[in-house]
Design a protein around this ligand. Sequence first.
Ligand code: GBH
Length: 451
Amino acid sequence: MTHDFPVFPPGFVWGTATSAYQIEGAAREDGRGPSIWDTFCRVPGAVAGGDTGDDACDHYHRFAEDVRLMTGLGAGAYRFSVAWPRVQPEGHGRPERRGLDFYKRLLDLLRDRGITPFVTLYHWDLPQALEDRGGWRERDTAERFADYAGIVHDALAGWEPYWITLNEPYCSSITGYAEGRHAPGATEGHGALAAAHHLLLAHGLAVPRLRTQGGERVGITLNMSPAVPASPSPRDAEAAGRQDLLVNRQFTEPVFGGAYPSDMEETFGAITDFSFRRDGDLEIIGAPLDFFGLNYYYRIHVADAPHAEPDPARRTAFDIGVRAVTPEGTATSGLGWPVEPEGLRQTLTGLATRHPGLPPVYVTENGYGEHGDDLDDQGRVAYLRGHVAAVAEAVAQGVDVRGYFCWSLLDNFEWARGYAARFGLVHVDYRTQTRTPKTSYHWLRDRIAST
Ligand code: GBH
């Protein structure tokens, strides 16, 4: 084994990841309804540059070229998401055949190329019609999601994809309903925690709908960021505990531990009575899974800090009295995110230790963002090299990691940062839609070829 190319178990899967709203474009084609992101992009100041996903990478029309890029990479798998508003423009009722047909064409091509599909059912694009009825604050949205999952399963199961119910319910609930930085742009306490619960419930209700034939492989993708106390002081340790609860444990414990963490009451008791929880919900949420999808970008160093809102009863669920304090000298990405591959190893081994029944893990996202059009993206190469090595270490330490997906195949619509922030292995010129592989693409191709 060389330092550059650590050894992975036989069958280890390499791939790239994308999501529907970030790459597809064709926002008004083939009966697609509006999603909360179509709406949010039109709120002045919500998205950098006033960008929208209307055209994005035009993947809806250029998917064949994009699959060729995957083939050139030697990737064995591809993770993409299905846009709920393409399948059910109003979030309920009879499916829109043309929307499903697009994914069938894509899946056909992937099958021809021997690329295993990992299909995410929800990557943040809630049909606006459901948000108009309360969105994820409402329990009914979880039921609607389960119906949608059943429709997609019945239409696409023949291609035998791996199913990922949700991408990062943390972002859908806390970033969307508490921090207000993502659609629908709300800044709430109780509503955001209700959203988190209903997302988890949606996941749990969808699992049996995705398992009607017995051979299906079903999982969930969570984003995790280890919280490191900024100092040895007990106050910072407690702050790190709250951060860990908010981002990580609120989601991992009910899914893999069958219960909500006991410090939920202490941290959030002033803003909610948890009345959205019902008897039996935890059994649904804790449905056994075939794999776990981990999205890892960075770990966060936190210190205790004053709350933004002094009145505890009026706080948002994001206002937990912490502040990020990255230690001086820590390497950072082009977006200022700490680059610490050790955090990925730590996340993987920590999870496996806390949850001995943890199913096999796939790193379903990991990647490096920066501004500008540099094709010789050495920062991304260094990031990927370090993180791939961290996965190898976790494997050597006994964690059952089965695959690694780089975020992302292409530069794309980076949510509130618009098109200015780029995560692609392949550069996209948005005026011409020209795709140009970057140095990192060639690096990963060689990495994959050597396994
Ligand atoms: C993923 O989320 C998403 O699944 C994917 O769609 C996205 O394109 C990719 O990351 C890259 O961002 O703005 O500095 O305050 C990753 C989880 C959690 C990472 C929130 C960014 C905010 C950092 N994200 N976090 S900052």
